[in-house]
Design a protein around this ligand. Structure first.
Ligand code: PBG
Length: 311
């Protein structure tokens, strides 16, 4: 088995943190990792919100091409950014242990008041925009594209009072000191995969190496939860431009997965959610069932409305 591993990653600080996190674990296991930076469309096109670029793989396409050519052995992604269906010649080899899943409110103002009538929050996520319209209807939102450092600069310039971000990224960049509120995950249900790091490889990567990488990097409890969430997203036919949400958790004894998934309309008025449980062996079926139920209970109508609005 070869022991020298080329790790492909985007070049943002968060992506590099995640790649180094992978590299550290590989080094500890006696392998020799090397980090290769690859620029993606999502890193270059910063002047349009993500739902206008097109949802399919804006942060992953170039990495996937490098896996095919063998330029890199594995690609490291935020699990949230990975499309719900990946190409047949590639596979998701591992999901690393999940960080706290919540969205958080980040501000330089230690006394930030979420109740102020003129509150402006920075976010470019359709899910977050819709949830803020529902749960903080007096607030307005403003676009906040770019990597975390760019968004924080816009915050510093005074474009918003605060940003709404994933805790995972804020924590990894060591900005915890600016977190003013941790939004409850029961209301602001996170996006599929939020907080986990996914490892992708070519299906034809050396089998012994695949087995070893899986052993070193995969976190079984996270993997089974993400299998449920990703099956939910696949059934929803939603990329990151659809305001769907899904959070699976495993009970302490590891016997049951609970999946809370749903869809919210862009104006926040309709909020369709569903929670169901299943044994871990039925993770994918659980994701499909919850999504189908949400679609039947009005989700399909919301999706149709969103498509019509965007045309
Ligand atoms: N959409 C961009 C993105 N992809 C992953 C993270 C954060 C890390 C994670 O959720 O694992 C972020 C930033 C954010 O949503 O605040």
């Amino acid at each position: 088995m070869k022991t020298s591993i080329r790790i492909g990653t985007r070049g943002s600080k968060l992506a590099l943190w995640q790649a180094h996190h992978v590299a550290d674990q590989l080094t500890a296991a006696g392998l020799t990792p090397e980090i290769v930076i690859i620029t993606t469309k999502g890193d270059v096109v910063l002047d349009r919100s993500l739902d206008k670029i097109g949802s399919k793989g804006v942060f992953t396409e170039e990495l996937e091409e490098s896996l095919r050519t063998g330029h890199i052995d594995i690609a490291v992604h935020s699990a949230k950014d990975v499309q719900s269906s990946i190409p047949a010649d590639l596979e998701l080899l591992a999901f690393m242990e999940r960080e706290r899943v919540n969205d958080v409110v980040v501000s330089f103002d230690p006394n930030l008041d979420l109740g102020r009538a003129d509150l402006v929050l920075g976010t470019s996520s359709t899910r977050r925009k819709a949830m803020l319209r529902r749960f903080l209807p007096h607030a307005t939102t403003a676009e906040a594209r770019g990597n975390l450092q760019t968004r924080l600069r816009k915050l510093e310039e005074g474009q918003y009072h605060a940003l709404v971000l994933a805790y995972a990224g804020v924590h990894r960049m060591e900005y915890d000191g600016f977190i003013r509120h941790i939004l409850p995950e029961t209301q602001y249900v996170p996006a599929t995969g939020q907080g986990s790091v996914a490892i992708e490889c070519a299906r034809n990567l050396e089998p012994a190496l695949k087995t070893e990488l899986h052993r070193i990097l995969d976190h079984a409890a996270t993997h089974v939860c993400l299998a449920a969430e990703r099956a939910f997203l696949r059934t929803m036919e939603g990329g990151c431009s659809i305001p769907s949400f899904a959070l699976a958790t495993l009970t302490a004894n590891g016997q049951t997965i609970q999946l809370h998934g749903g869809l919210i309309s862009l104006d926040g008025q309709q909020f369709i959610e569903e929670t169901q449980s299943a044994p871990p062996t039925d993770a994918e079926q659980l994701g499909i069932r919850v999504a189908e139920s949400v679609l039947v209970r009005g989700g399909q109508q919301i999706l149709n409305d969103i498509r019509r609005e965007r045309e």
